[in-house]
Design a protein around this ligand. Structure first.
Ligand SMILES: Nc1ncnc2c1ncn2[C@@H]1O[C@H](COP(=O)(O)OP(=O)(O)O)[C@@H](O)[C@H]1O
Ligand SMILES: [Mg+2]
Length: 241
């Protein structure tokens, strides 16, 4: 669980394309992700947000161009974690789910119980530690998924619309956990369709349209001085085709 001397940042995508058969998911996209406040990835449905996160995690290899982490292009084991929109839980207790993740992250067996309790506390689930994970509410499951991701002590935490199906109270809870992780030095890269959430969380904003990078700006600039008509339309809430 020691921090490795080498860093996964900056995360650099250099003229990256990603296609599956005839479908182009990402088209010649260049982007540098640096340490600091969360990077929010926005864009209409199908614009490539999930594909971008998969590339950033190393789950997919680019069809063209390159992805590098701290100057390295090997996609192997690293201190990165990804959270998908619908977390899949082991059919066991909340604690067991976190203990399992700790095992996968290489945490010594004798430390796992205490560490799992710490992580559950961090996400406000200590009181539900022994509950079956699959019977937790949507928001609780998303927090448990965050605890599992944080078990890896990630340097980069990739989140794919983690609050998409949550009510406002559950959303706020998840956002607080995300901000805490960011404040403790984890680089958060998060897809969101919720512009209010983007305003609340983002240091910088990556705006995708049909697999292309349409804008990348500091959050304040993205909203106040949209650099393209499409960005302006998206911020107004118009349909962007
Ligand atoms: N495995 C796949 N094979 C073919 N097309 C895909 C695959 N995954 C995603 N797509 C398509 O690629 C585009 C981008 O998808 P995605 O990255 O999921 O966008 P978003 O997350 O912004 O909705 C969409 O048109 C989607 O239908
Ligand atoms: Mg998606």
């Amino acid at each position: 669980m020691m921090r490795a001397a080498s860093s996964d940042l900056p995360l650099v995508l250099d003229r990256v394309s990603l296609s599956a058969g005839p479908v182009t998911m990402l088209d010649c996209l260049s982007l540098t992700i640096t340490p600091g406040a969360p990077t929010l990835v926005v864009g209409p449905n199908g614009s490539g947000k999930t594909s971008l996160l998969r590339l950033c995690m190393g789950l997919a290899a680019p069809s063209a161009g390159s992805v590098s982490w701290g100057g390295r292009t090997d996609r192997g084991p690293a201190r990165r974690a990804i959270l998908f929109q619908k977390p899949v839980m082991l059919r066991r207790s909340a604690t067991a789910n976190v203990v399992y993740a700790l095992g996968q992250a290489g945490c010594p067996r004798r430390l796992r119980a205490a560490r799992a309790a710490e992580l559950l506390e961090r996400v406000g689930l200590l009181g539900l530690a022994n509950h079956p994970a699959r019977r937790l509410s949507g928001g609780e499951q998303q927090r448990l998924a965050l605890a599992r991701a944080l078990a890896r002590d990630p340097e980069i935490l990739l989140l794919d619309e983690p609050t998409a199906s949550l009510d406002p109270a559950a959303t706020r809870f998840v956002e607080e956990i995300i901000l805490m992780a960011a404040q403790s030095g984890t680089k958060v890269v998060m897809a969101s369709h919720d512009l209010g959430q983007v305003r609340r969380l983002a240091g910088d904003v990556v705006f995708l349209v049909r697999g292309r990078l349409c804008a990348h700006a500091a959050s304040g600039d993205f909203f106040e001085y949209p650099s393209t008509p499409k960005a302006a339309a998206f911020i107004r809430g118009d349909l962007v085709l």
